[in-house]
Design a binder for this molecule. Structure first.
Ligand SMILES: [Zn+2]
Length: 127
């Protein structure tokens, strides 16, 4: 299978779709991830623990958004910590829950873009 351009794979990740074909859904529920693409049969989890790297993406976005929000509200807007910290703690708890699906989709897209050694070839028979 030909290498998918990064901007196309990135858009597919934001839509939570298969990075290769763009049609199959990555998730069948809020938490439950499909094992394979329903359209092209691409196996999403290449090996056990494959999506551990997505936690770094999730953590990075959470930490970056917290830092920017804290600097904006406390330093720039000069709100006291008693007003700024409680909503940021809530953000710290709930944002990663919301973002974990996108973190996995982005991880899968990044991996397919940089390491396409295990991607199916056009010459492989389709099931
Ligand atoms: Zn697919």
């Amino acid at each position: 299978m030909a290498r998918v351009p990064f901007e196309i794979g990135y858009k597919r990740a934001l839509r939570l779709r298969c990075p290769l074909c763009g049609d199959g859904k990555l998730f069948s529920g809020f938490i439950r991830m499909n094992e394979r693409c329903s359209q092209c049969d691409f196996k999403f989890e290449r090996e056990p623990g494959y999506f551990l790297g997505s936690s770094y993406i999730n953590y990075g976005w959470t930490a970056a958004s917290l830092t920017v929000a804290y600097i904006f509200f406390h330093v720039a807007m000069e709100y006291p910590n008693s007003y700024v910290v409680p909503p940021l703690v809530a953000w710290f708890v709930f944002f990663p829950l919301f973002f974990h699906r996108y973190a996995r989709a982005l991880w899968l897209t990044f991996d397919c873009f940089w390491d396409h050694s295990e991607l199916p070839n056009d010459s492989d028979p389709q099931p």
